[in-house]
Design a protein around this ligand. Structure first.
Ligand code: KG4
Ligand code: ZN
Length: 364
């Protein structure tokens, strides 16, 4: 695939982007060469009592937060709305209520300003983040191997070019972050659970509790965490919190974390065999915050003589910079192919939007 990062002069930039596909409301402004002029993310707290994201609460929270967030982001960048070249928004996959709120806000701005509106695939945005300047060695040339591990996603993707993604495998039940959240709930640790499990695991022995590693050693690189989660549940006595000592809970957390990282490393080994040699191993998604997993991934990459890239945490979790950057990469790749800047004003947000459909955007 040709590298298409040299900006042609006609690129409409800077790009303002909106992210509202789950429980983070985010807005950012990014220049054509990847300079972040402003970047703001608001995490919604209304879900905490429910122990998980409630779609209706998320949509309403996006609705009340976005207008002021857009205004504040412009102010932080020192720009007026008319200085923007294009508006982008995550249009799927994700929770439909939030996607509609963000996309309609972006479309309204694009119409009022007479600028193109660019619909961004949220997973594509995670996939391309590593190509923002300064994140990966040599800017992560194609092809690279992406491990996306978040509360909603767990997949290995061969990133072969802008618009060209091959899903090598993914979870057949829970996402990795979902498993962390459920185990945290079982241990009475609150939500989101990943950081709490990780911090408790520091006090525990990762070899203390025997837990299964579903699909490990099997061909392909699909993931399964549901059996692991059930096995953790079976280790718990009936009256959970009161019956476990802190040390027992810590041992369980550490053993669970060890099992998750063993599974991920095994699956990545298979992923490597399923694509041409990648230039880089890239990790993205909220679970990439896990220090132990990061260390294992770094070792794995070194063992395979691959550079390892993990975007800074605020760009690993849901954010709007990645949405703006995906729009910029898409525009640039299309211009390089002699195609016009896309205008997706008529596109309806999609709860499901497979990456395999993105290649169509590079043809018409
Ligand atoms: O990417 P993200 O912010 O949101 C989406 O799911 O799209 O990821 C959130 C997920 C949650 O499930 C959270 O428990 C998990 O990432 N997470 C972690 C850690 N920090 C966040 N999992 C394990 N260890 C962590 N340190
Ligand atoms: Zn995400």
């Amino acid at each position: 695939m040709p590298d298409t990062r040299q900006a042609p002069p006609e690129m409409p930039t800077p790009v303002m982007a909106i992210e509202s596909s789950c429980d983070d409301t985010a807005c950012a402004i990014v220049t054509g060469d990847g300079r972040i002029l402003a970047d703001a993310t608001l995490s919604q707290s209304g879900h905490v009592p429910f122990g998980g994201v409630v779609p209706e609460i998320a949509a309403r929270a996006h609705l009340s937060a976005l207008p002021a967030l857009v205004r504040d982001t412009l102010e932080a960048a020192g720009l007026r709305a008319r200085d923007l070249g294009a508006i982008a928004a995550s249009c799927g996959p994700g929770l439909i209520g939030g996607l509609i709120v963000g996309a309609d806000m972006g479309k309204g701005m694009a119409l009022a300003l007479d600028r193109p509106f660019i619909a961004v695939n949220h997973i594509e945005a995670h996939a391309l983040t590593a190509r923002l300047p300064g994140i990966a060695a040599n800017g992560a040339p194609f092809p690279y191997l992406l491990l996306l591990v978040s509360g909603g996603h767990c997949q290995c993707i061969a990133v072969e070019g802008v618009g060209h993604y091959r899903r090598l495998g993914g979870t057949i039940d829970d996402a990795a972050g979902e498993a962390f959240d459920k185990v945290a709930k079982m241990l009475g640790l609150g939500w989101p659970g990943g950081p709490a499990v990780e911090s408790l695991a520091r006090e525990g022995d990762p070899g203390a509790v025997a837990l299964p590693r579903p699909l490990m050693g099997r061909p392909g690189c699909d993931f399964s965490f549901s059996g692991l989660k059930t096995a953790v549940a079976q280790k718990l006595p009936a009256q959970v919190r009161t019956a476990l000592t802190r040390q027992q809970a810590a041992d369980l957390a550490a053993s669970f974390q060890q099992a998750v990282s063993d599974i991920v490393i095994d699956r990545l080994g298979h992923a490597l065999d399923m694509m041409p040699r990648p230039t880089t191993l890239v990790v993205a998604g909220g679970v990439a915050a896990n220090g132990m997993l990061r260390a294992r991934l770094r070792d794995f990459a070194a063992m395979h003589d691959l550079p390892f890239a993990a975007p800074p945490l605020r760009l690993c979790t849901d954010n709007a910079v990645m949405v703006a950057w995906a729009a910029i990469e898409t525009m640039r790749a299309r211009l390089a192919l002699g195609l016009p800047i896309p205008d997706d004003i008529a596109m309806r947000p999609r709860p499901r939007w497979p990456l395999s459909e993105m290649a169509q955007r590079m043809t018409a």
